[in-house]
Design a protein around this ligand. Structure first.
Ligand code: ZN
Length: 286
């Protein structure tokens, strides 16, 4: 039986072909490269799978090298061919949102010709499936829309650049804007609670986030002319009740022609979006 695993900043999430799910806490291993690699090897081998799809948050090449993982620096320069060379299990590796997009197509939207997945969490990742194939680019790093510049010289992004879309659309962007307005340091889900209670500052922050989200999605519509955009990720889930009208707003401000054939929906995969994509990819290609 095959499984998909998603290596994130806090957990390794596992989804088996029969639907069984697991979560392994790794936050305390994040700075210890040796311990993290041992844990990854252990999770991959467990249950003796016939193949494993591995989704990683970060810039990941098609031959399985993680070049840079802004949220899990211990993974930088990891070559999965070396990490797994003595483990006799076939595997595929890819960026979590690229594979996540494949999972959306594979499980929910097989009729889509161009599917764009936009996942907002700690960072902002996007992935694209064109006629049933992930669009990886030449080296595997395509669709880093989170790092397209929406404001020259703007806020600092986790990638080190300024003014990226992610710097305005991510949990840390929301937390930064809230701190600017109130002087208080709260987590994104606490800010969501404040907004639900009607707190003016929290609502302002949500409006600003939403505005940047809609603008970036419009960019995606104009660049790719997709027939399906799927919204996913922890921040989308946390603020969902404020985002219900995002699909119609994006269509309103986009050009008429690409808006005509566009549908926008919220992912059904929840927090296992990356693991599900990795599993789908393993099922198709291993
Ligand atoms: Zn960036």
């Amino acid at each position: 039986m095959k499984k998909g695993i998603d290596i994130g900043g806090t957990f390794i999430k596992v989804l088996w072909e029969d639907g069984k799910k697991e979560k392994h806490y790794i936050k305390d291993l994040k700075k210890d490269r040796e311990a993290l690699m041992e844990k990854i090897r252990e999770v991959i081998k467990a249950g003796n799978p016939s193949g494993v799809g591995i989704a990683v948050a970060g810039f990941t090449s098609l031959n399985g090298i993680v070049y840079k993982s802004p949220n899990i620096p211990a993974l930088d320069k990891t070559d999965f061919r070396k990490v797994l060379e003595d483990i006799n299990i076939p595997f595929v590796v890819g960026n979590d949102v690229n594979l996540g997009a494949f999972g959306e197509w594979y499980y929910d939207y097989r009729d889509s010709k161009i599917l764009l997945l936009v996942a907002v969490g700690t960072g902002l990742g996007t992935g694209l499936v064109y006629k049933g194939e992930v669009f990886f680019g030449v080296c595997g790093s395509a669709l880093e829309m989170g790092h397209h510049t929406v404001k020259k010289g703007g806020e600092l992004c986790n990638c080190g650049r300024k003014g990226c879309w992610e710097a305005y659309c991510s949990s840390y962007a929301i937390e930064r804007e809230y701190k600017k307005l109130t002087g208080r340091t709260l987590k994104d889900y606490e800010i969501a609670e404040k907004a639900k209670e009607g707190e003016e500052e929290a609502l302002k922050v949500v409006e600003s986030f939403k505005d940047y989200l809609i603008t970036g999605l419009m960019n995606g519509v104009h660049i790719f002319n997709p027939d399906r955009i799927v919204l996913a990720g922890g921040v989308i889930e946390t603020f969902k009740e404020f985002l219900r009208d995002v699909p119609e707003k994006v269509k309103e401000i986009s050009e008429e022609l690409p808006a005509l054939c566009l549908k926008i929906s919220f992912s059904r995969a929840g927090e296992f979006m990356g693991a599900r994509g990795a599993l789908a990819y393993a099922l198709k290609y291993l």
